[in-house]
Write a protein that binds this ligand. Structure first.
Ligand code: PLP
Length: 389
């Protein structure tokens, strides 16, 4: 049996939606993109939504729209995907890395205020599939007049205290990459409650053109566009938007399926005293874009040896997020920075396969192999880089 880490859930409906766009002759940023944005507004319950080419470009555009640039500082977690700090660097600003709360793997709100300087302009929390600390982060941002731009790439459909992620912060960004809960191949979605920022984002993504192609197309009169500022080409195609539209309709069902599988994993791994399973309570409704567990210092086997053993059994796994401050570019920026929780999680977490079409047999095979590898281990020194704070 060969088990991939993930498999996008796509069907004939997505195929038909993409084909219809191809037959229509309008391939990019047209009616289907507009329709997707309306759907997202309804689904999330926010005031505006803007579709772009990826979550990375979404984050970057949000920083630009918020007026963040040279010399500014943006607070973000160290334990995240590299796109989080990269988007800040692209905007000309400096990422200020903060450690995570190991219970949630998200930015620890208690550590934010100590890192605020007179250059701080924004906070960019990142979520692996579950939001936490949103109230505290928004409160700190209000107090210090900072923008909150959520990197919610894997968290579309997640709930924080029963509220949809993307419905309450200034700006939130989601990804449509195939490893995410829903996909369009590539793509990014931005939600906001500030219509002025929404308008600005729409212009920025399309060369800051004063009118849209759709408006010109519909007009009976001649319209000449102008370009009052420098913008970008971060457009989403209508083919992607049509696929994403079908995927949004499926989203709730896909998350329910993921959560059933995660529950089964929790049942199995929750009984192992050297494994921490993800938080699962009513305030933190996880999409389980990734099912990640953490090994404690008492684990009889290292994370890497578990991954190697799984690989031998043809089961894919990944190590989770990384400590961005330890990657070359950022290490040069912060040679002496140590963030214990992020570093511990980088060395001791493991993401196991989980996708809606996964069968019980496949999942049992993962669980059995995990347990077998641990029981067969002959005290290989656990890959323990320190401990949690
Ligand atoms: C936390 C986080 N931020 C940003 C991204 C980047 O998303 P995209 O590939 O759509 O640019 C990802 C994707 O893996 C992610 O997990």
């Amino acid at each position: 049996m060969k088990i991939p880490l993930t498999k996008p859930y796509l069907s004939q409906e997505e195929e038909n939606a993409a084909s219809e766009v191809i037959r229509s002759g309008w391939l990019t940023q047209g009616p289907r993109v507009a329709e997707l944005e309306r759907k997202l507004v309804d689904y999330i319950g926010c005031r505006d939504a803007v579709a772009v080419s990826s979550c990375t470009t979404a984050l970057y555009l949000c920083l630009i729209a918020a007026g963040i640039g040279d010399g500014d500082e943006v607070i973000c977690p160290a334990y995240t995907f590299i796109a989080t700090p990269n988007s800040i660097v692209h905007a000309g600003a400096k990422p200020v890395f903060v450690d995570i709360d190991p219970a949630t793997y998200n930015l620890d709100p208690n550590l934010i205020e100590d890192t605020i300087t007179n250059r701080t302009k924004a906070i960019m929390p990142a979520y692996q599939g579950m939001a936490s600390g949103t109230d505290e982060i928004n409160e700190i941002a209000r107090k210090h007049n900072l923008a909150v731009i959520e990197d919610a790439a894997p968290a579309i459909g997640a709930l924080y205290k029963g509220r949809k992620v993307g419905s309450e912060s200034f700006l939130s960004c989601f990804s449509l990459h195939p490893r995410k809960v829903i996909t369009a191949g590539e793509g990014g979605l931005i939600t906001t409650n500030d219509p002025e920022t929404g308008k600005k984002l729409r212009k920025l993504r399309h060369h800051y053109m004063s009118v849209t192609d759709l408006e010109r197309h519909k007009s009976d009169d001649l319209i000449f566009e102008s370009y009052p500022e420098v913008g970008y080409n971060f457009r989403m195609t209508d083919i992607q938007a049509a696929i994403a539209s079908v995927q949004i309709d499926r989203l709730e069902g896909l998350i329910v399926k993921r959560r059933e599988l995660a529950y089964r994993y929790n049942e199995a791994f929750g009984k192992i005293n050297w494994v921490s399973v993800p938080v699962n309570d009513e305030n933190h409704y996880n999409t389980y874009q990734s099912y990640m567990i953490r090994l404690s210092p008492e684990a009889p086997v290292s994370r890497d040896n578990i991954m190697k053993g799984l690989m031998k059994a043809q089961i894919a796994s990944r190590r989770g997020f990384i400590s961005c401050h330890k990657e070359s570019y950022y290490r040069k920026m912060y040679p002496d920075l140590t963030l214990k929780n992020s570093e511990y999680c980088t060395d001791n977490c493991i993401i196991l396969p989980l996708f809606p079409a996964m069968t019980r047999r496949e999942q049992d095979y993962v669980i059995e192999n995990f347990k077998r590898i641990a029981s067969e281990s002959t005290v290989d020194t656990p890959a323990l880089a320190g401990s949690l704070r």
